[in-house]
Write a new protein. Sequence first.
Length: 647
Amino acid sequence: MRARFASVLIANRGEIACRVIRAARAEGLRCVAVFSDADAEAAHVRLADAALRIGSAAPAQSYLNAEAIIAAAAASGAEAIHPGYGFLSENAEFAESCVAAGLVFVGPPPKAMRAMGDKSAAKRLMTQAGVPTAPGYHGDDQSPARFVEEARRIGFPLMIKASAGGGGRGMRIVHALDELEPALQSASAEAKSAFGDGRLLMERALIGARHVEVQVFADEHGMVVHLGERDCSIQRRHQKIIEEAPAPGVSPELRACMGAAATRAAAAVGYVGAGTVEFLLDGRDEFFFLEMNTRIQVEHPVTEAVTGFDLVRLQFQVAAGAPLPFAQSDITLGGHAIEARLCAEDPAADFRPVAGRLVAWRPASGQGLRVDHGLIKGGAVSPYYDSMLAKIIAHGESREQARLRLLAALRETFVAGLTTNRDYLIAALQRAEFVEGRATTAFVTGAPRVSSVKPSAEAIALAALLYVASGGDDAPSPGWRAAPLRLQFGEETISVALTREGAVWTVTFDEQLISLRLIERGAHLVRFAREGAVSAARYARWGDRLKLDLGDFGYEFRDVTYAPPRREDEATDGVVRSPVSGVLVSLDARAGDSVRRGQSLATVEAMKMRYTILAPIDGEIAAAAGVSGSQVEARGLLFQIRSSGES
């Protein structure tokens, strides 16, 4: 069949833009990328046949700017637009604008997007279609009194959700009636900010349920199929971090039942293309409709691994008018696949997103592995966009083989320059609930609080050695003795002394003595021996900083031998610093203002999260750094407050 388009513009960035470009190339299509000022040197720009600037770094001025994207398509000669996921991918107005401009929108019809985009209306529609839904309230009356009345009817705990959005924005759990009104106010404000629509819905919260979703696909000729389910229960801030297919413990009978419900949901709105119907599955194998994502999902690779189909290529084929090349009876699931999302975030700080520059990036490779990313060594990870860096997918004949392959891949993955959740993912894959397939949506919140792991004696010794030993011909001679080093890890400073006798280095600190023999030191890899046991570690050094991955843990050290001691009383002295690298989206105080302890001073936004900066003491703003809209670095000075007690 002759395709109706020969070129496509990818209206996205990062990993998914690179993924779509690869699929489009496999279909023989010319690929056009778009980029913001923050992404001028990004991987997707380099990978495409052509690339056009669409605006400044802020998403509203670039990847959410529908007019600029459609204008870029016209300027480049693109005949179709693939939206990827996020940004404008589920925006029915954007899809309609594409069609009006004579472009093929690689996604569902705008009418179907609109039907599923309003969660309240979608729940009512699903009930009519015979798709199970949880007890709730999805009405137009948004008054507090009506919500109180409905809450008493439904019972607690309750989940409040934004009617017009997703991704965890505008979601709150309410356990008692006195929590309801404040939760409604904050959820509505967040939804209004994120989606331009503050309407809410409310439904029974199924605590301890599993998040199981079904991949559906439909063509223009009336065929609707499902390609099995995925378990996406492991989430933080209602955003997924580990997904797998098929879902553990789902029987063939339950799979068929959920699949039938998902295809009914898609058919009810005249769906075409790739979509995902999300359910909550309780301990009694009862499932309830959550929402439908009218786009390709982040976690689509696990379904590709177990079915053998390239879902993005299928998107292009269906968008060109071709029928699906298979029927439901042709779809079988082979083996098991698990995906982990590698994110720029700090699990020890409540998964706070971080920004920075990639000093080193070494993805894993091996049998049954796939790594989807859009990273370039030396590239910047911007505070303007989502924190996900890469997706690491392992496929095996069994779930356990896939789990072990993913564990090995994460241990091999090396990132330096910014904090990631790699260590958390390694730990999560080894927790009993996951190993036994018992993980629920309470997996993250129900676990002990995540804390940073202090470096072992071996890690401290190896870090000190890597600071002083070049590993080449200019290595210190035998009998060499170093002046004491001062290494900083987090808030702790460690004094270290090193000596060398022959091939053996001796490191002394905190009354401990560690002897190591350096065997090999290459690009980001070091092999060493301790008491006859040979080990390997990955590392990178830039300036006074050193990143060291040893075993299941990564550590970042800083050489502060010649740096002045850090002040531990900054907060009480009125120094206010940014907790993250981000954008200063609002200023609530200026130089000369009097402030009270706990008063809001500013708001910093980083990777879709907002942080309110509070005054640590009573006093007067002596200095304010930055202006609204400017970028700030983590630990960057924001305010200096002069205490009320100072003259």
